[in-house]
Design a protein around this ligand. Structure first.
Ligand code: DAK
Length: 259
């Protein structure tokens, strides 16, 4: 499976590149299992502070789930695959370490769903986004019906899912599906810069912010605010918050230790 996944680690940033060019980086079962193992590594390895996920080449991020593999699935196998895919997206969303998808081309179906499970998204101008499952007589099975409307609103998500049409990077930016569009050559350097602008902050504050943001999404406002208050209280038990506030008062840069 590692033929299909490349990884590198530099300055605390792990870059995972999905590499299956002959199928426009489409996700098969083996790749999903490989990504789950990589996510476990990201979680366990203290050297890793943040993750950038991208696709090899300049044509595709991920052109969806592997249609040729899916065509042979029984209903039970399809459900098992859905659970595997949902496990991967849950691991990404619940990661205490920030994850950015750097979208370098086609970002379709399961590929768009994978990108939406990341915390932030950057894209090159040639990127194309869509949920074309209806063209295949399917529905999105990897969280698309839920995460897409949360990001771009129910009306736009309904149109994309019912028509299966693709939108450009520019439209994705306008609709809030991606955070930034960078020229292809600049996509990785600028995405790394964006990640560094997060990693220089207190890691505990970043992790707690992610927990408050994502842990609050499906709760009533009062519960979510209660969780935010608890996390706000908890952050006062960290050394980093003392360092952050002292650094401000002493007019110097903070030196966060992640403690
Ligand atoms: N799966 C398998 N092979 C794919 C592929 C895909 N999704 N997309 C492209 N390829 C392969 C093509 O078959 C072709 O291979 P050969 O025929 O040369 O062997 C090669 O990649 C190059 O593709 P094209 O020749 O088609 O390239 P073009 O530039 O002409 O077109 C395209 C690019 C992206 C417009 C076109 O390839 C295309 O429409 N691809 C399919 C896009 C798509 O429909 N994606 C959604 C798939 S459904 C689930 C999780 C997720 C999902 C479902 C369940 N669970 C966890 C259970 C999600 C479902 C989907 O994603």
């Amino acid at each position: 499976m590692y033929d299909m996944i490349e990884s590198s680690l530099s300055d605390g940033i792990m870059i995972i590149t999905i590499k299956r060019p002959q199928a426009l980086n489409a996700l098969n079962r083996e790749l999903i299992e490989g990504l789950i193992l990589m996510l476990e590594e990201v979680d366990a390895n203290e050297q890793v502070k943040g993750l950038i996920l991208t696709g090899a080449g300049e044509k595709a991020f991920v052109a969806g789930a592997d249609i040729k593999e899916m065509a042979a699935l029984s209903p039970v196998e399809a459900m098992e695959l859905a659970k595997l895919g949902q496990h991967l997206s849950k691991m990404m969303e619940e990661s205490a370490k920030p994850i950015i998808a750097a979208i370098n081309g086609f970002c379709l179906g399961g590929g768009n769903e994978l990108a939406m499970a990341a915390h932030l998204r950057t894209a090159s101008p040639n990127a194309k986004f869509g949920q074309p499952e209806v063209n295949l007589g399917l529905i999105p099975g990897f969280g698309g019906t839920q995460r897409l409307p949360r990001l771009i609103g129910l009306g736009r998500a309904t149109e994309l899912i019912l028509t299966g049409t693709m939108i450009t990077a520019e439209t994705a930016l306008q609709w809030g599906l991606v955070n930034h569009v960078f020229e292809q050559a600049e996509l990785m350097p600028k995405t790394i810069e964006l990640m560094k602008s997060i990693l220089c902050k207190g890691p505990q504050a970043v992790a707690f912010s992610l927990k408050a943001l994502y842990g609050g999404q499906d709760r009533p406002l009062a519960d979510a605010l209660n969780q935010e208050a608890q996390l706000f209280g908890l952050i006062f038990s960290t050394s980093d918050h003392v360092e952050g506030m002292n650094a401000f008062i002493e007019k110097r840069k903070p030196d966060f230790k992640g403690e």
